[in-house]
Design a protein around this ligand. Structure first.
Ligand SMILES: *[C@@H]1O[C@H](CO)[C@@H](O)[C@H](O)[C@H]1NC(C)=O
Ligand SMILES: *[C@@H]1O[C@H](CO)[C@@H](O)[C@H](O)[C@H]1NC(C)=O
Length: 544
């Protein structure tokens, strides 16, 4: 009976240690946060201690690393964004450890955002410079404005991409909030905003296209810049801004962005505005100038989105309510939690072949039990089925049909191994609706719920699935698209070699060398995507 007493002592020691640390760090925090509503240290101390006390009771159930191994920084007001410090409690898979180098880089970047971001004198100066249309030699602060585009999965991948580019090039990242990202995501940088303030002076910036004269690709094509790529451009020639167009239909000139010569040309341009619907990160490994830094930041190259995503993407309180209420009501009680993401488009008919692909994939890989045919002898589960044999299946799809079929299958038939299978689907919107905010909030909640699963099955080429698997740190089973819609592929699915998303629109030409190339042959850990072999690039682990 000694043991509990010792534990209590240890916890109260830990709490006083934390309090001491808070007292020591409180003055700088106050200065740091002065004038902004990011947190009142007194309130923070109380919630931190309350959090510790609560966490101590169920440490065996969840890991309790609220800062995700140092990826996140302490000091935010918890009330303003509950998900930030609570998400660890909902994840059974603790995920990968961020490298100390990445952590240091993130802390430096947060300082950059505070020094140069909106509200600072440096920001006002940079805006004046942009309005004047003239460039300055070696500007104090440089910026990248991200215009996320298309469906929610694409937009999240685009923001992660722009952020990594900002980290590599010491640019302040600002995202355009006009598509409602601010209602879905909390602010990621302590003491600074990442939202582009209203009144950005570039006329029509939000609707620039591949035909706009100031895209990097068009300036290159028209020799506005880069006539002599070997030499640095003189400040007189440097434009005050450039658009970077890396949408799926970007031209070879646009996609030249990824080579060293191009990065040298872009380096001195103070303002970049980037539009993409792609995860361009694998392309950033192609420039020699970035590769050393990337290797230091990500000793495990198959965990880039995993770390960036867990650092950046915290659901706002409204979305977190959708996530936690659903999770607690339907999923938390089960011993195992399987996520199945079924990407179908609204106009597609319900497909018995796809349903069969789902069941044969999940059963072959023992994610779900086979079912007994009517009349086969079955072992009756004990009257109150034990939690150890229960499985909760979360289906996400625009259509309700697949969920209904799976649910009746496990109701009308017994599972061969006696397990209890419950099947759930939070919403079915029938058609993907772009820019409808309630739709986006539910879609984000569903992505997050999928990311909390113990195992994941996804349809190929789905950015929705990519975000879930990356946040969850899960290598999914991927159901490849059959060549013929009326057949069930065999095998029905395969395990992805990496949890990383695919970059669909990878470069395949180098203008400086006038050379077509296969970008998957340049860096060992950048390979072709299994689910988009033609032109797609994906980061894999060093041993793959
Ligand atoms: C812009 O895209 C359209 C449609 O894909 C294409 O027809 C046009 O040639 C593109 N323009 C440039 C400058 O690449
Ligand atoms: C798909 O396969 C079925 C059965 O083998 C065949 O009848 C049909 O013609 C095929 N369709 C296409 C588009 O190849």
């Amino acid at each position: 009976m000694e043991k509990p007493a010792v534990d209590v002592k240890r916890w109260s020691w830990a709490i006083s240690a934390v309090l001491a640390a808070v007292v020591l760090t409180a003055p700088p925090l106050v200065i740091l946060l002065g004038g902004r509503n990011f947190g009142v240290p007194g309130v923070w101390i109380q919630t931190a201690v309350a959090g510790l006390r609560k966490g101590s009771s169920d440490l065996t159930l969840r890991h309790d690393d609220r800062l995700l191994g140092g990826l996140l920084v302490d000091g935010f007001d918890e009330e303003s964004c509950h998900s930030r410090y609570q998400s660890a409690m909902y994840r059974r898979n603790p995920g990968r450890r961020p490298s100390p180098y990445l952590i240091a880089k993130l802390r430096r970047h947060e300082a950059l955002q505070r020094r140069c971001g909106p509200g600072t004198a440096a920001y006002s100066d940079a805006l004046e410079q942009l309005k004047s249309g003239k460039s300055v030699a070696s500007p104090e602060c440089r910026y990248i404005v991200s215009l996320p585009y298309q469906g929610l999965g694409n937009r999240i991948l685009a923001v992660a991409s722009a952020f990594l580019y900002a980290l590599l090039t010491d640019r302040v990242l600002l995202i355009d909030p006009s598509d409602g990202m601010d209602e879905l995501l909390c602010e990621p940088f302590l003491g600074a905003t990442w939202l582009l303030p209203p009144g950005f002076p570039l006329a029509g910036y939000a609707t620039f296209s591949n035909d706009t004269a100031e895209t990097y690709g068009n300036m290159l094509r028209n020799k506005v810049i880069g006539a002599d790529a070997a030499a640095d451009i003189s400040p007189a020639q440097t434009p005050a801004f450039a658009y970077v167009y890396l949408h799926s239909d970007a031209s070879a000139h646009d996609k030249n962005f990824f080579w060293d010569e191009d990065q040298r040309l872009l380096r001195d341009i103070q303002w970049l505005v980037m539009r993409t619907d792609n995860y361009i990160v694998p392309g950033l490994f192609l420039a020699n100038a970035f590769r050393g830094e990337l290797d230091l930041m990500f000793p495990e190259p198959d965990a880039v989105f995993h770390h960036l995503g867990r650092y950046l993407f915290h659901p706002t309180n409204h979305v977190w309510g959708l996530v936690t209420r659903y999770h607690n009501a339907y999923l938390a009680g089960a011993a195992q939690h399987v996520g199945i993401q079924v990407r179908v488009f609204g106009a597609q008919p319900n497909s018995p072949e796809l349903l069969e692909q789902i069941t044969s994939c999940t059963q072959r890989h023992k994610l779900l039990s086979e079912v007994l045919a009517a009349g086969e002898p079955m072992t009756m589960p004990p009257p109150l089925a034990s939690r150890a044999k229960s499985k909760a299946v979360l289906v996400t799809s625009l259509k309700p049909w697949y969920h209904e079929k799976l649910k009746s299958m496990y109701w009308e038939h017994a599972a061969a191994n006696g397990e209890v299978v419950s099947v759930h689907q939070p919403s079915h919107e029938e058609f993907q609706r772009f820019g409808v905010r309630s739709h986006d909030a539910k879609a984000w909640a569903e992505i997050y719920l999928l990311s909390l699963a113990d195992a994941l099955v996804t349809t190929s080429q789905s950015t929705f699935g990519y975000v879930a698997q990356g946040l969850g740190g899960l290598r999914p089973w991927v159901m490849y698209k059959p060549d013929n819609d009326t057949t069930v592929p065999d095998p029905p699915c395969g395990r992805a070699v990496s949890m990383e998303p695919c970059f669909f629109a990878a470069p395949n030409y180098n203008l400086w060398k006038k050379q077509w190339l296969d970008a998957s042959t340049i860096v060992p850990h950048v390979q072709r995507c299994a689910d988009f072999a033609w032109g797609g690039l994906m980061l894999v682990g060093r041993n793959e």
